[in-house]
Ligand binder design. Sequence first.
Ligand SMILES: [Zn+2]
Length: 324
Amino acid sequence: MLQCTNRISNLNNMPCKKRQKIKSKTQKNTNISRLYGLHMSVSNGYQALPELTEQLNASIIQIHPTAPQRWNTKPIEDIKAETLIRSTKKHPTLKALALHAIYLINLAQPDKQKFHLSKISIVQYLEFCETIKQYAKQYSQNFDCLGTVVHPGSAKHYKDITQALDRVVYGINWIIEHSNKGTILLETSAGSGQIIGDTFEELGYLRQHAENKQRVAFCIDTQHMWASGYDFVSNTEQVIKDLDKHLGIQNIKLIHLNNSQTELGSHKDRHANLKSGLIPFEGLKKFVNHPALKHIPVVLETPACKSFEESQKEMQDLIELLDK
Ligand SMILES: [Zn+2]
């Protein structure tokens, strides 16, 4: 049962009354074999997530387990992981989770204190992901935590990009050494400023030079790739080839599926809803359903995800977009 109060629900800004109205809708069988879903807020608590997910017809969600604009140095409480898993017993539609790291992280940070805070923050997320998996095992639930999505950082303090990349590699190695398990999912960037990861070569370099490659994988974001100049609509095969060459398709564990408010090569990080951006819907469809990528879980991070009502419509568009 969802905890509904009279206030406007922080979760996706939907009044509780409205949410209760749609509660009776059961999940439809979409026959989509891959995991698909959206980014969701945890402000209504972990118990509510599986039920809300069921209403949205999603099988995977991405969350920020801590406030994304604030440093987190403490471990995330186990009870949150246990509550989530217990709730999936009643609402088993939700099969997997991805965590998104906080926005303050810069693994190329030359400032020692901020560099340390960045590393510690990711360590806490990786540990939380593993705790979720342990509870899933304990409660015999078929549930996975894919890993923690991380934007590598900015090279603005460096003259030489390789120096910045090596600092990130050092950070990745430290994080892996100081956490038991869990996968870092390095995300493609939109390339504004001197953001690291706007080319597949840069992201590939980070994994190649990491000491424990098994724990480093990738998340590709369609808006960021588009903004960085990868025209996967007109040159689909070439982009797939480049992804495979530099990242290895087998190492791509998650796709952030977003349309773009800005044009190809704009270097701006501006997500748009699936049917309202500058990337043709059919182009997104062709790319994300490409035989090489069609098994990879897909998560929306579009503006619609901020409202529960709009999320429902957006999820319908996603189901239309994904091959059955
Ligand atoms: Zn993204």
